[in-house]
Write a protein that binds this ligand. Structure first.
Ligand SMILES: [Zn+2]
Length: 71
């Protein structure tokens, strides 16, 4: 069983596992579940970032440096 509690401004996830209630901060949990892509410039994997939430489908480079580099 998993449910989300909103405590003040911090988004916390409370997970009940074998009768033990565990409170996790979304910051610590989210990263592992983020989608990943491979940068077409440097070939390294990079994960989803907040700034790409509207254009993730079109993101091809891991950073501005890779974007500016001529291929
Ligand atoms: Zn790159």
């Amino acid at each position: 069983m998993c449910y989300v509690l909103n405590v003040a401004d911090k988004k916390l996830v409370a997970i009940k596992y074998q009768n033990v209630k565990v409170i996790l901060n979304m910051k610590g949990v989210k990263k592992q579940n983020l989608p990943e892509k491979i940068c077409i410039q440097c070939g390294r994997p990079f994960s989803w970032r907040k700034k790409w939430e509207r254009c993730w489908e079109e993101v091809k480079y891991c950073s501005e440096a890779c974007k500016k580099k001529p291929s």
